[in-house]
Write a protein that binds this ligand. Structure first.
Ligand code: G3I
Length: 321
C-alpha cells in the first residue's frame, strides 16, 4: 500500500488520527495529508466539555462541526472524544460544584443534558464515542472526580444509557491509558466491564489509548491484554497511539519508535475485534507531548514537515496475520 488509507482497506480496520482543529482550518498541507492518509478522525480537544460549553448553556460547536464536516467530505468515520471525564471540564461546572451551588441532583441533570445535547447533535455521524474516559486509577481504584464524589460509581452506567438513548447508531466505549500491560488497572477494568454487562448497560467497546515512551520497555503482553476484553464480547480500538522519545532525535531512536508503532498496529490487525487504530496526532508539528513531557517529543509517525518517519514506513509493512 502507498499510504495508510490503502493499508486500512487492506487490513480491514480504520486507521485514524486525532485532529487539531486550528491546523485543520489554517494549514493546507496538514489538511491535505490528513485526508489522503486517514479513514477515521478524532477531535483532539474540540468535542471536550470545556470546548463545547465554555459558559453554562452557551455552546460552541464550531471545532466539532468542522471535524464532522471534514469527515463527511472525505469519507472518514468519527470517534467522539469524550463525554464524561475528570479533565478539561468548563470552569462554571467545576466551580459550581466546589462552591456547593450545584448539588448532586443538579449535577446529574447537567451530565444527562450534556450527553443528550452533544450526542444528539451528531446522531448518526459518530462511529464510536469515548463515553467515559480514564475512570480508573493506575492502582485499580475508581478515579476520584466530581462525578464519583457526588454521583457515586453509578454515573458510568448512567452515561452509557443516556448516550445510547441519544444515538443508537454509535458504538459506546470506555477509554483509558496504561492498559497495554497486565496490571491491577486491567483487572479493575475487567471487573467494571463485567458489572456493566451484568446490569445490561449498553457498553460496546474498550479503547486502549496507547501512549508509549521508547525509553521504556515495549508492552509485550498487549495482545493478551486486548484479548481479555474481546473474550468478553467487546470490540476494541487503539485510540491515541504515540511513542515519545527523550530528545534529541537519533536514527536509533527513530528505528525503535518504528518498532513500537509497527507492533501496536500489528496487535490491532491480528485481533478480529479490533476495529480502529488511531494515532494521537500524525505529525510532530502538532503533538501534545512536548508541552507535557519536558525534554521529550517526536512522538508521531511524521515529522514537522509532514515527511514520513521510519514509524510510518514500518506501519505500511504490517499484514493482517
Ligand atoms: O486552546 C487554548 C489556548 O487558547 C490557550 O491560549 C492555551 C494556553 O492555556 O491553552 C489552549 O488549550 C490547550 C489545549 O490542549 C489546546 O492546545 C490546553 O491548555 C491544554 O490543556 C490542552 O491539552 C490537551 C490535553 O489532553 C489536556 O488534558 C492536549 O492538547 C490533548 O492532546 C490531550 O489529550 C488527552 C486525551 O484527551 C485523553 N487521553 C490523554 C491525552 C493526552 O493527555
Amino acid at each position: 500500500p502507498d499510504n495508510l488509507r490503502e493499508l486500512a482497506r487492506k487490513l480491514g480496520i480504520h486507521i485514524g488520527t486525532a485532529v487539531d482543529v486550528t491546523a485543520l482550518a489554517e494549514e493546507d498541507d496538514y489538511r491535505r495529508v490528513l485526508n489522503r492518509e486517514f479513514t477515521h478522525i478524532t477531535a483532539e480537544n474540540a468535542m471536550k466539555w470545556e470546548s463545547v460549553e465554555p459558559e453554562r448553556g452557551v455552546y460552541n460547536w464550531e471545532g466539532a462541526d468542522a471535524v464532522v464536516e471534514n469527515a463527511r467530505r472525505n469519507h472518514q468515520r468519527v470517534r467522539g472524544h469524550t463525554l464524561v471525564w475528570h479533565n478539561q471540564l468548563p470552569a462554571w461546572l467545576t466551580q459550581g460544584v466546589e462552591s456547593g451551588e450545584i448539588d448532586a441532583a443538579e449535577l446529574r441533570a447537567i451530565l444527562r443534558d450534556h450527553i443528550k445535547k452533544e450526542v444528539g447533535r451528531y446522531r448518526g455521524k459518530i462511529r464510536a464515542w469515548d463515553v467515559a474516559n480514564e475512570v480508573i486509577d493506575d492502582d485499580g481504584n475508581m478515579r476520584q472526580s466530581i462525578w464519583l464524589t457526588h454521583l457515586g460509581p453509578g454515573y458510568i452506567a448512567d452515561a452509557f444509557r443516556w448516550a445510547r438513548q441519544a444515538d443508537p447508531h454509535a458504538k459506546l466505549y470506555l477509554n483509558d491509558y496504561n492498559l497495554e500491560w497486565d496490571t491491577d488497572k486491567i483487572d479493575a477494568y475487567l471487573n467494571l466491564v463485567k458489572q456493566l454487562q451484568a446490569q445490561r448497560v449498553p457498553l460496546d467497546g474498550m479503547g486502549f489509548q496507547g501512549h508509549l515512551g521508547i525509553q521504556y520497555d515495549y508492552p509485550g503482553d498487549f495482545p493478551n491484554v486486548m484479548r481479555k476484553f474481546t473474550d468478553l464480547g467487546l470490540e476494541v480500538a487503539i485510540t491515541e497511539a504515540d511513542a515519545r522519545m527523550v530528545l534529541p532525535v537519533t536514527p536509533e531512536k527513530l528505528a525503535r519508535q518504528a518498532e513500537f508503532f509497527r507492533d501496536m498496529l500489528k496487535t490491532c490487525a491480528a485481533n478480529r475485534r479490533c476495529t480502529e487504530f488511531t494515532v494521537w496526532g500524525f505529525t510532530d508539528r502538532h503533538s501534545w507531548v512536548p508541552e507535557w513531557f519536558e525534554g521529550e517529543g517526536a512522538a508521531t509517525p511524521m515529522d514537522e514537515n509532514l515527511a514520513p518517519k521510519p514509524a510510518y514506513t514500518a506501519m505500511l509493512g504490517v499484514r493482517r496475520f
